[in-house]
Design a protein around this ligand. Structure first.
Ligand SMILES: O=C(O)C(=O)C[C@H](O)C(=O)CO
Ligand SMILES: [Zn+2]
Length: 276
């Protein structure tokens, strides 16, 4: 059971590398034939991974959540970052290719994950937050998602953002989820950096070669620290922290937020002069 408690920014200033990694880095989410989760006490966000091979996998974690079923008081985003697969939600079957996103609303009792081909299994990234009402379960195939181009080659941050779950997209209680793809030869994400003290955020970095690394920066703007991440590792970003990264090559990441408001554009830009 991987539970991560909150850290306050004053204590964070004294953290050594291992303490930073233990508190904020999620090293293993995707293993063949398993569903696994990390529970963050920041806004009670749960992130997880499911990699079904020959057998389907079930969404279950009642021993930790102490509810009758996972989605009794929660909502869930499922993004496939692997081979083609199917997700069954209370008998309804949804097909997901790589980068498709499925939102599953509160009160769905049975969720099953399958791969079409066990030799190239689906890899489902799971993000769940507390919910207070039912929103409809909805699939957004990547082919129908709207790309937003950001950044420039001169700043090494040419990238495309797809928003899946947000105010003008799939509706949810708290979850806001999207994906950002860096163009080849572009390595920086979310620089200039920002804060949103109203919401925490989780980043899953993927589509990286085995030797590629991302240096992820976190902390209050005047007290930053870095973590070094490999492919398919995630970071939990507290509301008081910047969340920005630079890779040794380009990469893709899924960002997911939960918290006070539901406004993607609610970001406080951090002036470059303030970064230390
Ligand atoms: O590339 C980016 O910049 C991002 O994707 C930023 C995230 O969307 C984010 O931090 C939203 O708050
Ligand atoms: Zn952010």
């Amino acid at each position: 059971m991987d539970i991560r408690y909150e850290v306050n920014p004053v204590d964070f200033k004294t953290y050594q590398t291992e303490e930073v990694r233990n508190a904020f880095l999620v090293e293993t989410l995707f293993e063949d034939g398993r569903v696994q989760f990390t529970y963050s006490h920041y806004d009670r966000l749960v992130i997880g991974g499911a990699v079904p091979t020959t057998e389907p996998l079930e969404l279950e974690w009642t021993d930790v959540l102490k509810t009758n079923y996972f989605l009794e008081r929660r909502e869930l985003a499922v993004i496939n970052i692997g081979g083609e697969g199917e997700v069954t939600v209370d008998g309804e079957v949804y097909s997901l290719v790589k980068r498709d996103c499925l939102y599953i609303g509160m009160e769905n009792k049975q969720v099953q994950f399958r791969s079409k081909d066990a030799t190239s299994p689906a890899r489902y990234y799971l993000v769940s937050a507390g919910a207070h009402r039912v929103y409809p379960t909805k699939l957004l195939p990547i082919s129908e998602a709207e790309p937003n181009k950001l950044g420039s080659d001169a700043e090494s941050n040419s990238r495309t953002i797809y928003k899946y779950i947000h105010q003008e997209g799939i509706q949810s209680c708290q979850l806001m989820v999207g994906m950002t793809l860096l163009e080849p030869n572009n390595m920086w994400n979310t620089m200039p950096a920002h804060l949103h003290d109203r919401r925490m955020e989780a980043y899953l970095y993927f589509d990286m070669e085995p030797q590629t690394r991302v240096f992820h920066f976190m902390g209050q703007p005047n007290e930053t620290r870095h973590l070094v991440l490999k492919n398919e590792q995630a970071i939990l970003s507290p509301p008081w922290s910047i969340h920005s990264g630079v890779g040794t090559s380009n990469y893709t990441f899924i960002w997911a937020m939960a918290g006070e408001n539901y406004t993607f554009s609610d970001m406080d830009a951090v002036p470059m002069e303030d970064l230390k």
